[in-house]
Design a protein around this ligand. Structure first.
Ligand SMILES: Nc1ncnc2c1ncn2[C@@H]1O[C@H](COP(=O)(O)OP(=O)(O)OP(=O)(O)O)[C@@H](O)[C@H]1O
Length: 336
């Protein structure tokens, strides 16, 4: 299958007087095959926006290579730009314009045939409301108008940074249907998100980034399967013993992720050894259950930060060059 997007060893260092030198991307790799809906996941500050902006020629990288639709970028950007639609920043619309006025303006500026306006309005489900002013639109409708504007030139690749951010469950469902419809029409869609349940439902494949590096990638099922073997949830008689239990198990080489009332363990061969290890330290297990992991647990385990649906709550993950600071490592729990 041909790669629509390829990134190898991408590096970007930001230097600022106030924050010093920071590695936003530290040898990052990514590959997206044609016809996929691909989820790009990572905690705040892990480098998602820097990656997408670098791909689109808005930021100059310090190293590595990138290709879009088989052409090396940024050199070939003028040649491929017409085949790539992207929303990497919240687009601003004239509030008094209708959706149709907005798209007409963009279409004439971009040399797009007017007939395409109705097609994109239909695609994003705004045709019936196209004559209403944008200021009367819900956030979800504005997001869909933004997608419509990116679809005007009928791109082969659509890149969306946090398309479901701030949407209510109804808006998220509409966005999900839209993404699937676009993929079925043959478009490749890359979307960054914190809403992991959504990514699990919508996406065929994922890349997880942490601290500017790829920590997992592949078809969603495979990423889940790689992290499901030996996954166990335990509860203790005393919830206050969870931190000590996490400590004991981590020292025994078990991957541990802390939650308020239980621990998730990874890579457990013999569940009985967990009970024994803990009992030897006077820590008593009240429940031990094998579990099928979801994308959220995998994300938590790999990035050590807890995602909050629809919110930017995780701490910044970038690393300071020349210092030990790594601010994102403690957000999720005690272990791993
Ligand atoms: N213009 C800039 N100058 C200095 N540092 C920057 C700049 N842009 C981003 N950074 C830093 O680079 C790191 C990566 O940021 P980036 O925005 O790519 O992360 P992200 O994964 O998109 O996060 P979020 O989910 O919060 O958007 C962060 O530490 C951020 O503070």
């Amino acid at each position: 299958m041909p790669a629509v997007l390829e990134i190898e060893g991408l590096r970007k260092t930001y230097k600022s007087r106030r924050r010093g030198t920071r590695n936003a991307l530290d040898g990052f790799d990514m590959r997206v095959d044609a016809g996929q809906v691909h989820g790009f996941l990572g905690p705040n500050g892990s480098g998602k926006t820097t990656t997408l902006r670098t791909l689109l020629g808005l930021i100059r990288p310090d190293g590595g290579r990138m290709a879009l639709l088989g052409h090396e970028v940024p050199d070939a950007l003028p040649a491929v730009a017409g085949q790539v639609g992207a929303i990497v920043e919240s687009p601003q619309f004239f509030p008094h314009f209708t959706a149709r006025d907005t798209l007409s303006l963009l279409a004439s500026a971009g040399g797009v045939a007017p007939i395409r306006i109705d097609e994109v309005l239909e695609l994003v489900g705004l045709r019936d409301r196209a004559g209403e002013r944008v200021k009367t639109y819900s956030l979800g409708m504005k997001q869909r108008l933004a997608v419509a504007s990116a679809l005007l030139k009928n791109p082969k690749l659509l890149i969306l940074d946090e398309p479901a951010n701030g949407l209510d469950p109804g808006g998220i469902r509409e966005m999900r249907t839209l993404m699937r419809n676009l993929a079925e029409s043959g478009m490749t869609v890359v979307l960054s998100s914190h809403i992991l349940g959504e990514i699990q439902l919508i996406c065929d494949s994922v890349t997880i980034i942490s601290l500017g590096r790829r920590v997992a990638f592949g078809p969603v099922d495979e990423v889940l399967a790689q992290h499901s073997s030996g996954a166990v949830r335990i509860r203790l008689e005393a919830v206050t013993d969870l931190p000590s239990a996490a400590d004991v198990l981590t020292r025994a080489g078990i991957r541990v992720t802390g939650h308020p009332d239980h621990l998730m363990l990874g890579g457990v061969d013999k569940p009985a050894s967990v009970t024994r290890l803990l009992a030897e330290q006077g820590l008593y297990v009240s429940e031990l259950a094998p579990v099928a992991v979801d994308l959220e647990s995998v994300f938590l385990e790999l990035t050590a930060t807890a995602p909050v649906p629809g919110q930017h709550r995780q701490v910044d993950q970038s690393t300071k060059v020349g210092g030990a600071e790594q601010s994102g490592a403690t957000g999720g729990g005690w272990g791993a």
